[in-house]
Design a protein around this ligand. Structure first.
Ligand code: C5P
Length: 294
């Protein structure tokens, strides 16, 4: 029987960088917030081997795809590669190179789905280890709620739901062009004050949301990668300004961009900004309003 699972995404309420590490990665602290906008992944046990198909023509389906790599790593770690394989189909609905972590979520859902499909051969510590080897954001998607993350982003501290955000809504907008994450990090050499931030910002924001202080939490939103990315793409700063002028409580870039997210007090408020936003910036690009039920 095939297994079908939704594969969510995230925004970073805080992305604070704490310096470049000897391995070339950046030490960071981030406040991840899960977003209920989804790709869909179908998994089915098969003869040995990994076979991936995808609805999106631009996404490679060979071993360079993170889903393919996750499946191969899982079967090897479980000692099953000689006996069992998997057929996977990825229905890609979320934008690529968007800063939403959708590809990382696809990899995490592959690990979780295979574990379910094949009778739970791996423990959660094994899944954590495999996730960290696949990418910096993958571990976050092994658990469902908001979380602080440290290190490269792979060391997760799960948080309780931000119940104060219930009934609010996020408006997400991806303009149709992406930002390459390695480029954004590389450019930080020109922004040393952003690359070498002070620790504590992510936890401070989380504390406000957990205390029920939504405006206080939003006031702590921060993304160091906005330095290089908004300089190259000033249009993204205009998206933020426009949404703030049309009722948003806060607006930021997610991850390395190019997605902007904005928080509204209600779904109705968010939807009332959509028409003026489209009138100002055109009909191109991916726009989604997500009601927060957490
Ligand atoms: O780990 P992931 O594949 O998501 O990272 C993509 C790229 O982003 C890395 O190759 C690196 O250039 C950069 N990066 C970084 N520091 C991090 C996470 C990512 O420099 N903590």
């Amino acid at each position: 029987m095939p297994l079908t699972r939704r594969s969510p995404c995230k925004v970073n309420f805080v992305l604070n960088l704490l310096g470049r590490r000897p391995d070339g990665f950046h030490e960071l602290e981030t406040l991840f917030f899960p977003v209920a906008a989804f790709d869909e992944l179908t998994l089915e046990a098969s003869d040995p081997g990994v076979a991936l198909t995808c609805s999106h023509p631009e996404l490679p389906v060979d071993a360079s795809n993170l889903v393919h790599r996750a499946a191969t790593a899982f079967l090897q770690a479980a000692g099953l590669a000689d006996r069992t394989g998997v057929r996977l189909h990825l229905d890609k609905r979320l934008p690529l190179c968007a800063g939403l972590g959708a590809g990382s979520a696809n990899a995490a859902v592959t690990l979780l789905g295979l574990n379910e499909l094949l009778g739970q051969p791996l423990a959660s510590v094994d899944l954590d280890r495999l996730a960290a080897g696949l990418g910096s954001d993958v571990n976050f998607f092994l658990q469902p709620g908001p979380a602080l993350a440290f290190g490269r982003g792979e060391r997760i501290e799960p948080l309780p739901s931000f119940t104060a955000l219930r009934g609010h809504a996020l408006l997400l907008f991806h303009p149709g062009f992406g930002v390459a994450t390695p480029w954004a990090f590389r450019e930080l050499t020109r922004f040393p004050h952003l690359r070498d931030g002070q620790p504590g910002r992510a936890a401070a924001a989380a504390r406000r949301f957990l205390e029920g202080d939504v405006p206080g939490g939003v006031a702590h939103w921060f993304n160091a990668l906005e330095g290089p990315v908004l300089e190259k793409h000033p249009l993204l700063a205009l998206h933020q300004e426009f949404l703030l002028a049309h009722g948003a409580m806060g607006a930021r870039m997610s991850g390395s961009g190019s997605t902007t997210f904005a928080l509204f007090a209600s779904e109705a408020d968010a939807r009332s900004a959509v028409g003026p936003f489209r009138a100002a910036f055109g009909e191109a690009g991916w726009l989604e309003v997500v009601r927060l039920d957490a």
